[in-house]
Design a protein around this ligand. Structure first.
Ligand code: ADP
Ligand code: MG
Length: 692
């Protein structure tokens, strides 16, 4: 493949628009993207027609509005371009109206009670900032999805609103620093995607993977990740061929896939793209996950995106690298070369630190799912406690600002904001603290709590909104200040002093940190069911309302959807466990038990033969089998309990159902250890993890 030629070949990008649209129409699209003003219907018709001609040339027969409902995955409903001509034939047709607006039936998507209050009908609206693309002979138009009365029913609408809010407040701050050139600030995101690849045939032999995306049973294999021989290891030919195919498909779709490597766990890998504007990065990540699954299938592989497909080895996350940039190309989290640039950098840094401290609970909520519960707080992943890693050098700078004490690395003088030039902070990987959930990595923050299967929209909506909120406060204070420099110094110093407790450069995996975090008063929501109710805290509702990101009704509906999603996930897992235990494990163990009993009976007919090991094994297996049966009954009984209150129901699943699932698993895994391989009804961890 000629990469430079093929890159973006399936995308109706700026290049395609420039060559295919009349100059004035092209200009008005550009203007619409920049300023957010809607296009006229005449222009939309011209664009739609050009888009259709382009798509048809590339083999497309259908179009769809491509959107991200609250299910967290993407939705599409295909319509063909055909339009009857009256003489028995058809022409390919696509109108501006069809491009700009779609009307899918909203009633089958989760609305969290919004449907009861508002109209059932929904509509999708074109997001012209994210390019249309072709997938499976279909022209896909990225859209936002709302109810007819304007309530957001998707993940993109609040994300776009949060970007607007961040833009507005960051621009106010930039103007105070005398920046009159920038016209827009956007947040930027590069999301590293972790995943597992296993053999497809073995995958199909596991009902738990098929139904739930994770294994619900499985004894520890003799070899896991303890040799640390997989991370950055040489890539096996079958995986390499998958990765090559994946990259080429993504490049055609304009997704700038850049890095690929093996991860820590056996069968685990990572892909990282070059960062992009947040809403585009979000669309691209959804597309990446979808393409990964499809390409894996073509290679006889299954791609597992679940946060914890296997107990006992690392789970998968998504490192959400986040920063803010001006349309003139300046990264606002890049320490600058002049005292003025540095003062500005420190103010934006202070804003992020304050935002993360003040809204730590909200960040935790933004990544709370049943799948991620297995990962946050487990050994490899960041804990459920949010803290910020700044690195030694930057922390020393902040300490110096805070206390007025000499800054050691620099001639033992104190750091004067607006007078001194900051040192360059090392960006090399050795300095990284891999245990931190929110780490400054030279010129961006890396939020590592996001789950591997999740849409990155929620986390970034929260990040944009909370930083916008603090920037608004800062702008208010500074716009009214008599002496700007003096007020700026005071503000930065005070912010660092007040919010220092969120900074932690040590090892986040230790028990000491959990204890220390408690002393500092930081939140520690261990489970989704504990975290989610905090979403509807009045402070958070006010925050989203203040920035026009979510109305109180939208916040409440999202809460219902998230908690119901949690309950449904656990319920499906529990039902799957019961089915596997009853239909596969119990019969398998009984069958093996019968063989042992038959063997023992035969032995007894021959004089002088020892009854061991059969006799002991029979006792052991019979006891485990009886225990398994008991645990099945217990889980069944616990699943039968209903509750009208979503919050209570969620907590019940977390506190009662989940432990019963764990108890069932423990017995089944013990049985696996003692049952002959020929009898075990499905592929084991060893089979799955070392299958490719
Ligand atoms: P690593 O963390 O593996 O050392 P990098 O730090 O280069 O690699 O980048 C990790 C991810 O962060 C990549 O997706 C990269 O594009 C992204 N990234 C780099 N700069 C920014 C930025 N200013 N804003 C958002 N993401 C960024
Ligand atoms: Mg990284």
């Amino acid at each position: 493949m000629n990469v430079a030629e093929e890159y973006g070949s399936l995308v109706f990008n700026d290049r395609a628009m420039r060559t295919r649209l009349p100059r004035d129409v092209y200009k008005s699209v550009q203007n619409s993207v920049k300023t957010g003003t809607p296009l006229t219907l005449t222009d939309a018709n011209v664009i739609a027609n050009a888009m259709k001609d382009w798509a048809v040339e590339l083999g497309a027969t259908h179009f769809t509005h491509w959107f991200q409902p609250m299910t967290g995955i993407t939705a599409e409903k295909h319509d063909s371009f055909i339009s009857p001509t009256g003489d028995g034939g058809v022409i390919m047709n696509f109108s501006g109206k069809e491009l700009i607006k779609g009307e899918p039936d909203a009633s089958s998507f989760p609305s969290g009670g919004l449907r009861a209050t508002f109209e059932a009908r929904g509509y999708t609206a074109w997001d012209p900032t994210s390019y249309a693309f072709i997938k499976e002979h279909t022209l896909c138009i990225p859209t936002a999805f709302c109810s007819y009365t304007g309530e957001a029913l998707d993940k993109k609408t609040p994300l776009l609103r949060s970007m607007d809010s961040l833009n507005r407040e960051a621009m106010r701050v930039l103007r105070l620093f005398g920046d009159m050139d920038s016209r827009r600030v956007t947040s930027t995101v590069g999301s590293e995607q972790e995943y597992f690849l296993i053999d497809k045939a073995l995958y199909l032999g596991r009902r738990d993977l098929v139904f739930c995306g994770r294994t619900l049973f499985g004894a520890k294999p003799p070899k896991g990740q303890e040799l640390e021989d997989h991370y950055f290891g040489s890539i096996k030919p079958r995986v390499a061929s998958f990765m090559q195919d994946l990259d080429e498909s993504l490049w055609q779709l304009g997704v700038a896939s850049k890095t690929r490597h093996n991860e820590v766990a056996p069968a685990q890998h990572e892909l990282a793209p070059i960062f992009a504007t947040t809403n585009i990065a979000t669309d691209h990540n959804q597309l990446t996950m979808e393409v990964m699954r499809k390409i894996a299938d073509k290679h006889g592989l299954a791609c597992l995106l679940h946060e914890k497909p296997f107990a006992g080895v690392n789970g998968s996350g998504k490192h959400n690298n986040w920063s803010m940039a001006t349309d003139t190309g300046d990264n606002l989290l890049e320490p600058g070369d002049t005292p003025r640039e540095n003062a500005q950098f420190l103010l934006f840094l202070a804003a992020v630190i304050k935002a993360v401290d003040k809204y730590q609970g909200l960040l935790r909520v933004s990544v709370a799912t049943a799948g991620n519960d297995h990962r946050l707080g487990a050994n490899e992943a960041p804990p459920a406690i949010v803290s910020v890693f700044l690195g030694e050098e930057l922390t020393a700078v902040i300490d110096s600002i805070d206390t007025g004490s000499p800054y050691a690395q620099k001639d033992k003088t104190t750091m004067e904001i607006g007078v001194d030039v900051l040192p360059r902070f090392p960006k090399d990987t050795t300095d990284r603290n891999r245990t931190s959930p929110f780490a400054f990595t030279g010129n961006k923050f890396e939020f590592r709590m996001v789950g591997s299967s999740a849409s990155i929209a929620d986390a970034n909506t929260v990040l944009n909104t909370i930083v916008a909120d603090v920037l608004a406060e800062f702008a208010d204070a500074l716009e009214n200040a008599g002496d700007f420099t003096q007020a700026l110094n005071k503000l930065i110093r005070k912010t660092f002093q007040t919010h220092k407790r969120i900074i932690f450069n040590g090892n986040n995996y230790t028990d000491e940190w959990v204890e220390e975090a408690r002393r500092r008063g930081l939140f520690n929501f261990k489970h989704t069911a504990d975290a989610l109710p905090y979403f509807v805290h009045e402070e958070n509702i006010a925050l989203f309302e203040r920035h026009h990101v979510l109305t109180p009704a939208e916040v409440h509906s999202r809460y219902e959807i998230m908690m119901e999603g949690y309950i449904k996930t656990l319920n499906i897992e529990a039902l799957t466990m019961l089915e596997i235990a009853r239909k596969s494990i119990l019969p398998a163990a009984s069958g093996y038990l019968r063989e042992l009993i038959d063997g023992l009976a035969a032995k007894r007919m021959i004089e002088g033969l020892t009854v061991e090991p059969e006799s002991s094994m029979i006792k052991k297996l019979a006891a485990l089998n009886a225990d398994l049966y008991q645990k099945i009954l217990e889980l069944e009984e616990k699943l039968g309990v209903e509750s009208a209150d979503t919050t209570e129901h969620g907590k019940y699943y977390s506190a009662v159902v989940f432990p019963a699932m764990q108890a069932l698993r423990a017995v089944a895994d013990d049985l696996e250890v003692w049952t002959a391989k020929d009898y075990w009804p499905f592929p084991t961890y060893g089979d799955l993890l070392f299958s490719v």
